[in-house]
Ligand binder design. Structure first.
Ligand code: C2E
Ligand code: MG
Ligand code: MG
Ligand code: MG
Length: 291
């Protein structure tokens, strides 16, 4: 009897283990696996100057999920932040973007803006500094203007450590941008504490330009503030010519939005640069790719 019993126990343990191995992966486990497989694609959204020339790009991550297809950042960045995987993901993204840009260096205008988003957790991460250093050392001096985009969505835990990291990044020549400006809790104090170089006006304010309800009061005030503080502005979420005309008239330096292009696969972004270097306008109807 004991032999039969232990056989049954062993068998059921075996079955349970088999079921365990074949259970559907939780999002958390899938994310760990994706990081070790390097399954993320850094899309590049063009940033243009007032002449409409591409002068830079923002790196926007997509997860190429084996079952669910492309996943947007709001579906995985929060989990990446709580699990700490965000560090590795940013590092992988920087390295992939570096490889694309190195390969096509002659197409890059000098001082090409490369903007990368960081999460509050990364504001005291010295490996991030090392990644930036490594990234920049792969290009001749002045070829790339690296921009670190900081959101004020969540508060930064240790401002002293963040200030120290940003100072170190500045010694590399990087600039610090405040993303989604005007939507968070800390806008003005962050400008003050972190010596912000660039403000990205949030798309919710750009969207109101041309509308009837207090169309551009906030944009006007941000522009005045930035002028006084000698800070440059990127308008994000520019979708139509009315918005663009208004922003140009206010002498905003940089533009980003669907009016120019959506976030693009790196290969397609490089094609855009190639076309620009041949001075061929982008044909209508070919403007968008993966969102
Ligand atoms: P963000 O940094 O403010 O990026 C701009 C977002 O606006 C992007 O959304 C972009 O696709 C979208 N966008 C650009 N132009 C337009 C437009 O004309 N109209 C509209 N409606 N939207 C526009 P996306 O790619 O979904 O990214 C969302 C957020 O996820 C980003 O906001 C950023 O905070 C975060 N994120 C993306 N990649 C990373 C990353 O590598 N690391 C971290 N920490 N956060 C990331
Ligand atoms: Mg951003
Ligand atoms: Mg933003
Ligand atoms: Mg955002």
């Amino acid at each position: 009897l004991p032999v039969i019993l232990s056989c049954i126990i062993a068998l059921s343990a075996g079955i349970m283990f088999y079921q365990y191995l074949n259970r559907p992966l939780s999002l958390r486990e899938a994310l760990y696996q994706a990081v070790s497989n390097d399954d993320f694609i850094p899309l590049l959204q063009p940033i243009v100057n007032p002449h409409g020339d591409i002068c830079g790009a923002e790196v926007l991550l997509r997860w190429n999920h084996p079952k669910q297809g492309f996943m947007m950042p709001d579906q995985f960045i929060p989990l990446a932040e709580t699990t700490g995987l965000i560090h590795k993901m940013t590092s992988q993204a920087l390295s992939k973007v570096k490889n694309h840009l190195i390969e096509h260096q002659p197409l890059l205008p000098d001082g090409f803006h490369l903007a990368i988003n960081i999460s509050p957790e990364q504001c005291n991460d010295l490996t991030f500094y090392e990644d930036c250093q490594h990234f920049l050392s792969s290009f001749p001096n002045g070829k790339i203007q690296l921009i670190i985009e900081l959101t004020e969505r969540e508060l930064i835990q240790s401002t002293t450590r963040a200030i120290r990291l940003f100072d170190k990044l500045r010694t590399l020549g990087a600039q610090i941008a405040l993303d989604d400006f005007g939507t968070g809790h800390a806008s003005l104090s962050y400008i003050n504490q972190f010596e912000i170089d660039i403000l990205k006006i949030d798309k919710s304010f750009i969207r109101k330009i041309g509308s009837l309800d207090r169309p551009s009061h906030i944009v006007d005030n941000v522009v005045d503030l930035a002028e006084r503080l000698n800070i440059e502005i990127v308008a994000e979420g520019v979708e139509n010519l009315t918005q663009e005309a208004y922003l140009k008239q206010r002498h905003i330096q940089y533009f980003q939005g669907y009016l120019y292009d959506k976030p693009l696969a790196p290969e397609i972004f490089i094609e855009r640069l190639a076309r620009q270097s041949r001075k061929q306008p982008c044909p209508e109807g070919q403007r968008t790719d993966i969102i």
